[in-house]
Design a protein around this ligand. Sequence first.
Ligand code: SAH
Ligand code: SF4
Length: 382
Amino acid sequence: MSTNLLGFDLDALAAFCERLGEKRFRATQLYRWIHQRGATDFAQMTDLAKSLRDKLSGCAHIQALPVVSTQRSADGTVKWLFDVGDGNLIESVFIPETDRGTLCVSSQAGCAVGCRFCSTGHQGFSRNLDTAEILAQLWFAEHTLRRELGRSERVITNVVMMGMGEPLQNYAQLVPALKVMLDDHAYGLSRRRVTVSTSGVVPMMDRLSQDCPVALAVSLHAPNDPLRDHLVPLNRKYPIDELLDACTRYQEFAPRDFITFEYCMLDGVNDQPEHARELIALMKRHGAQGLQAKFNLIPFNPFEASGLKRSPQPQVQAFAALLMEAGLVTTVRKTRGDDIDAACGQLAGDVKDRTGVQERIASQRLGMLGQIPVVSVPAGQV
Ligand code: SAH
Ligand code: SF4
């Protein structure tokens, strides 16, 4: 059986090469060809011995995912829809900004957490992506964009695990993919430039802090347990205090000196002044334990089945103002790629549902899209 080398971090590739009777440095050369040069053909890899190239051709391949569609927004945002088999489609979005290029990557087809405001959550869980499928999104986007833009240097400077799925419910496949993103022989992204976004899988946050402490974003969305239980059902298992304690523990290992909290603004549900006040009290309490927070208010991207509405802009600004007055660093996320449905909550994916009926479902959101900083208060002054 032929192995897709996109699924290996350097250690795994070295082990694979050793099984072929090769030394570790050969694996490093091969790895650089794959990730830094985007090679798919072993014959291109002229600094590898012909005997090794022949061996590799017989037992391995380098293969990205079939692309179902590519959409480009007037603002430069690009959205790819990939086929991961059995009727499941996933998406990745590239968001260019003047000083960086961010790729938003999916970790699962569907999601088991079932958040009320998330269309991926509404469609249920189909399956985990494997490491090769997670990395294929980055590999394909980076090398396609380089070719298109005629650039030889890196185009993608940041990765956010904010596509479809809950990355920390796919931990075993996620961590090797993160390692490849960070590896200097592959994408060489710093830990600050790779962000895992989670709805709060507490034990896995602790493991990530030991195994691969990249930047962390936590989807909070509510200032108290009853409301969060309703919006993010995983809260019943890992309630807010436990989650924020885990954030404080994570911070010790994190590449940034704060944790980002995402808060999706839902009209009349979690966006009232009393919610802001409750949130401030909560963060003060945890701030005293050492937690340093940065808030990212996300405009909700509505979809029919949610029965929820986007908070009007003045409500969002009023909420942001209350947090800022209390000294909480707060940004309001600007959506990008609206014209190609690539903004938060607008990604469309076909994911086979659990009854096997394939449905077109408005899936979701995206990224650390262009954020408009609305304040610059030193982090942690809660
Ligand atoms: N499962 C992880 C990562 C993917 S979701 C998580 O929940 O953090 C990435 C972000 O998009 C999360 O903050 C999520 O709450 C937000 N999101 C989901 N649906 C959205 C919608 N319809 N509108 C705006 N943001 C949404
Ligand atoms: Fe899953 Fe994140 Fe959507 Fe919640 S917001 S259902 S955790 S993808």
